[in-house]
Design a protein around this ligand. Sequence first.
Ligand code: PMP
Length: 291
Amino acid sequence: MQNFQNLKYIWIDGQIKKIEECSIDVLNHCMHYGTGAFEGIRVYNGKIFKAKEHFLRLFASANTMQMKLNYSIDQLIQATEEVLEKNQLKNAYVRPLAFRGNGSLRINAENQPSVMIAAWELQKYFHGDKEQKPGVHLGISNFKKPSSEFLPFNAKISGLYSLNHIMRVNSKECDDVIMLDWRDYVAECTTSNIFIVKNNCVYTPIADCFLNGITRKSVIEICHENQISCQETRLTIKDLIQADEIFITGTAIEIMPVLSINTEQQKKIFNPHENSITSKIQNLYNTLTQL
Ligand code: PMP
């Protein structure tokens, strides 16, 4: 349990339980086929950040598997508040998971889904102890993302993340990998979206085959509200190499500068600095989370 600071109680199917009292059956449908929909949510100073957006996405993800949850969005937000209160958390990461439970192991089994919500202390992601990491080193994944015609990539479904897991464990020399899509356009990283800055303009890939992250949408909004030019467009590895700055975005990682990109042909080093566009967006995002 040492990775989950201050996690003592979870909420499961309407009840708060001690974590030691929770177990699942080894014949659980989700464990075999990845039939779960999950979320990652942040809590800043006791306030659940973008709660509605995250739970809406949870329902949409569950819906792709015809999973009908027994709760409303408001009930799940209230359940999250109970978990935070019970674990006495003010700055936390929340992990809701809706999953097909026991019953049948047939692939088309529509076992009644369970919903669980866990939360643990999180101040800054990717930090040693107290300090924010200055940035990340990225590689390029060997695998390509297929088109959304093949898989519903805009859903956070447990089974789909086995691909991200494979990419990550096979790239130990960097912090994360950039996934290209089947057309060789830049898509996203394994748990974040990607942006580049060139000549003071911000660009991000068109989200047509990967998760259109909630943080990604916030960044686009921040840019529009602050007169920073921001365009959704097709990006290639060449655009990454020629960029002035690169940053990645996600609920957990927030806005994180990229320190280097290692492609098969070359390594490009970036020098994040205080006057960069990335730093400006980072500050604006931090203000938003602290409102
Ligand atoms: N892409 C992937 C594959 C992710 O897992 C995440 C994290 N949820 C993101 C992008 C960023 O999404 P969000 O900003 O909603 O956290």
